[in-house]
Design a protein around this ligand. Sequence first.
Ligand code: HEM
Length: 530
Amino acid sequence: ATATTDGGLDLEVVNASKQQQQQHATKGILWSSSILTIYLLALIAVKLSLSLVNRFLFARRARALGCSTSVPVYPHKEPILGLDSFVENLLALRGHRLLRLFTERFLKYGNTYYIISLGRWQLMTAEPENIKTILGTKMEDWPIAGPRLLTVLPVLGPNSVFTANGQAWHDARAMIRPSFVRDQIADLECFDRHITNLLAAVPRDGSTFDMQKLLLAMTMDSSTDFMLGYSTNSLTKASPEAQQFLRDFEYAARESAKSGLLGMLYFYLPRRELTASVKRLRAFILGYLRRAVAEKDRKGSAKDRNYVFLDEVLKLNASEDHTIDQILSIIIAGRDTTAVATAAVFYYLARSPAVVERVREEIREVGEEKPTWEQLKGMKYLNNVVKEGLRLFPPVSSNSRAANKETILPRGGGPDGKQPILVPKGTPIRWSLISMQRRKDIFGPDAEEFRPERWDEGLRVGWEYIPFHGGPRICIGQQFALTQMLYTLYKFFSTFKSIEAREHGPFLTRSSLTSSFANGCMVSVTPEKM
Ligand code: HEM
């Protein structure tokens, strides 16, 4: 290019070379984006082929192991993340119909089926043989993991009896087991004190009250009494610290349920309030722990009762943190469950006057103001009433685990769902006790009805009825809970002639750490002594 007076050629030349540069750049971009596209397509193709190969190999292994490869699948409209079922779950959760939705799906798709849960295949089951395998015969293949772990992890940490697996779980369970031997459970003084407080709080003028709320207060009072030796006394005169403990406990339980729902996402959300609540909960227990240490050798302490869990645990010289982990676990495991299970019995009794009459007859036969453990256990009908309540509304209505290796479940495959299936490593599984314990093919056509007499008619059940689960991790507080329920019912129907339902809407349940009545258990009583 030569110079001109106005420099025009120079400009043209510059413009031309700019254009060329731009063309080069555009070509470069196009080139690299096509390479990227080819690379991505190749990656997808490789992934797809690998997944097809894996599927093929998996199916071959399954067949070689005698497993069926045909397992029902939820008919997703959005089959990548499974957002359709997720939204359906969320809506049901908000409408307090999640448990009902689980049951409806089992009726539609079979007692074991696959569903996508936020991009991940998950198994659902209401099959006793599968649950027996997960909790019993192949427990090692199905540790506490996935949603079940996430739900309690923020509050209990990884070393509590309720969250740990393997040796850590063995150690934690061994630490608390001696505290649940029969002699302790049969000490009814503690229950008596708190049921007396509950009875005093029941309105005598026939007005409506929430039985579930009273029972939640009572079980918190009795479990803190049993564990710490001092009760929160929420039914009578809760101290400001006890009131704060109750608030923190409720808050932590609510937040835990959220973490179960949101999964790992929850751990990225700000959790300052939860951290503060958990810190206060632990400090509350620590206060009693240190007091127990100080009082260990001192006589005549001001404790509410003679047998105290904490005193027994101190003998083991475990660290403060470890002890607090276990105490918090037991309160979380035992408080709401026992309250809701008892509320469920009241819920059904409030709708079954003939059953109440039989219960009162049996109480009259015993005729004691304060029955013994043996007398309570000998009350056949009352025990059946409790059993039937726990069948229709087990407070741990649904639960889950995840496979830590490729493993076999005995049911779910083939046209009748009765053949074994091979489950890939990492698969989470959720079971629904409430759906299983209401199955008509197990409990008969009237499975949805409250009929305690069914337990006297030769009904033979094993893993079909497991409100406390089964296997090595069976609820350690089962006898504690049953005794408290029997004692509560005995004292209640020694005091009141009848109980009436004051709410007749559908059976709505709130799903949190455990299940509960979404709108409480609204009843009134007839204030007449026997
Ligand atoms: C009606 C009342 C109760 C019901 C329905 C119930 C139910 C259950 C269930 C289903 C489990 C197994 C959870 C799992 O493996 O994921 C469990 C575990 C447990 N429960 Fe209960 N429970 C009740 C009351 C209690 C009480 C009163 C206590 C203690 C005072 C208690 C303490 C525990 C503990 C510590 C575990 C963990 C056991 C382990 O993993 O080794 N529960 N409970």
